[in-house]
Design a protein around this ligand. Sequence first.
Ligand code: FAQ
Length: 321
Amino acid sequence: MTQTTARDEHVEHELEAGFDAVLARHDRIEPRDWMPEGYRKTLVRQVAQHAHSEIIGMQPEGNWLTRAPSLRRKAILLAKVQDEAGHGLYLYSAAETLGASRADLTEKLISGAQKYSSIFNYPTLSYADVGTIGWLVDGAAICNQVPLCRTSYGPYGRAMIRICKEESFHQRQGYELLMTMMRGTPEQREMVQESVNRFWWPALMMFGPPDDESPNTAQSMAWGIKRDTNDELRQKFVDMSVPQAQRLGVTFPDPELRWNAERGHHDFGQPDWEEFAAVVRGEGPCNAQRLAHRRRAHEEGAWVREAASAFARRQASEVRA
Ligand code: FAQ
């Protein structure tokens, strides 16, 4: 071994020890800190997938913007969909602090090289779906994201704090919409139940595969990127949703769902994991439509990006002059 290699190895060792010490203290890793390449890559993967989900996630509800049943519902829905765009932008910015570029991540999304959440590949067939997405999809997102406020990477955790506050409003508006419909006609109540039946299982899939089939969980937990496993969060979501469903007057389409006094949790059935795998592979009901829409919006927005870059270049040259 040459002297330089030995010294490099020693430095690397020290850096790694410093990184481990930060994690052990439950402190934050910041963009300029040394980090193992695997940690950086895992974060870029998760944060990019999260950002893409927020952006693609505008489409299912956006579908109902022009058909909202009242001005009030339209104002609420517009605000919610715009919030999702904002979440996408905070998250792309967090990914940029790791050396990724937003343009490159967008290319990877529209070429299908990077994933986004399976949930957004299901259609929204009635206005009740707007309420169900708020209640169950944002509810699942909150369950998953509140622990991420304590994730070990500073910019991601800080983005999560604001995102969670906004997701809470999203969940409340969804629940309030469904409650209003449940107080309406028998047809409206049926619409709510039908919508809940379609979204329950896909909402459970949002937490990812079962722990024993999750290739990333163990390492992500060791690095403090994830604070809970997929199954732990899924259980938390089920326990949280059951009393809310009872209050609302709807049921979940799971014959195995029941309280287990010994465990202090609800037992529940397994989602169809083959369906999950197919949706993640791009074979869900709306995958092609969602990506085609995003691709078209990206192409049609090219002139805005060019104009913004030209403006930024001119401003920079004026400052230099
Ligand atoms: N869909 O080893 P794991 C929202 C992939 S935001 C598609 O367990 P990991 C707000 C996973 O990437 C919703 N793919 O992976 C909103 C991995 O593939 P890879 C998004 C999935 O990362 C509401 C492979 O399977 N939230 O809803 C899914 O440790 C309403 C193996 O899985 C986030 O992204 C899935 N459901 O755990 C917006 C939260 N699950 O990359 C609009 C942050 C897993 O190895 C309207 N992310 N995969 O090829 C996370 O917490 C984690 O990334 C998990 C997955 C828990 C999603």
